[in-house]
Design a binder for this molecule. Structure first.
Ligand code: ZN
Length: 80
């Protein structure tokens, strides 16, 4: 197994979310996330953020929105 590492996974996460990576790059990142809670959480936030932005189409500070979503995920984890 070749793990691409957190740095690469996080650096390419944005492109991954927008389906801008090659098959090989996607599978590298998927493989890494399967073994890395940190990056898979980051990915989940990214997906949620992308969807939220699409839904709302509002100009909201990304950092604020991100903090809000991270808080919601933490609360969901706490209730699990
Ligand atoms: Zn990682």
């Amino acid at each position: 197994m070749t793990d691409c590492g957190c740095d690469k996974a996080k650096a390419e996460l944005e492109e991954f979310l927008h389906n801008e990576l090659s098959e090989q790059q996607c599978s590298d990142i998927r493989e890494h996330m399967a073994n890395c809670d940190d990056c898979s959480a980051e990915h989940l936030v990214g997906i949620t953020l992308t969807e939220k932005v699409k839904q709302s189409c509002q100009e909201k500070a990304p950092e604020e929105l991100r903090a809000m979503i991270e808080g919601a995920i933490l609360r969901a984890d706490a209730n699990a």
